[in-house]
Design a protein around this ligand. Structure first.
Ligand code: HEC
Length: 176
């Protein structure tokens, strides 16, 4: 007994549907679904010029750069921080704590500021090395930190910035 036209037509429709659905499935498996790029922090924390650098690139030591780092350039770069920080003696805490006396001082140094546990648990002092790592990527240095700032990827920029931060003290910490 032969197939009727309707049976053949029905089979053709089934096969077509299966082919379209099946190739779509395979396509999805082979070509990963593209996700939109992650948004980069808050709008105030504009990514600095070097932010495109690979995330896990090693963080260059800035200690050798500090002595000759341009403090005035650091002061200009510090404008990226003043959205959240004041730098002058007795300055207010904003979104982030006042940064007077921060270099060489204890971490979470402002008693009036409510720090994240991530930063409090770090403990110890803000050495040049720790500041270097924190400013390169706050999140990588202290996962869970409240400081939503992308970080400065360029060693020269971090050196200038930290050289400027060092001047925010009655008696600046000795250079390394
Ligand atoms: C979007 C707001 C924001 C920006 C921009 C920002 N910070 Fe912060 N910063 C914070 C917050 C919030 C904390 C407290 C972090 C915590 O408790 O985890 C903090 C903490 C710090 C600390 C530790 C202070 C302490 O008492 O231990 C340093 C140092 C610091 N920031 C430096 C900087 C520098 C330098 C810049 C500019 C390159 C900067 N921050 C930009 C919000 C910000």
């Amino acid at each position: 007994m032969g197939f009727t036209f309707l049976q053949k037509f029905g089979a053709a429709v089934l096969v077509t549907v299966w082919l379209v659905w099946g190739s779509n499935m395979i396509g999805n498996m082979v070509v990963p679904v593209r996700e939109p790029p992650p948004s980069s922090g808050t709008p105030t924390a504009a990514a600095p010029s070097g932010a495109a650098q690979a995330k896990d690139a090693p963080i260059e030591d800035i200690k050798p750069l500090l002595a000759s780092a341009p403090v005035d350039q650091g002061e200009t770069l510090f404008k990226k921080c003043t959205a959240c920080h004041t730098g002058e003696k007795g300055g207010a805490n904003k979104v982030g704590p006042n940064l007077w006396n921060v270099v060489g001082g204890p971490k979470a140094h402002s008693e009036a500021f409510s720090y994240s546990n991530a930063l409090k648990e770090k403990g110890g002092e803000w050495s040049y090395d720790d500041l270097n790592h924190f400013i390169a990527s706050p999140k990588a240095f202290a996962p869970g930190t409240k400081m939503t700032f992308a970080g400065f990827k360029k060693a020269e920029e971090r050196a200038a910035l930290i050289a400027y931060l060092r001047t925010l003290a009655d008696s600046p910490a000795p250079l390394p």
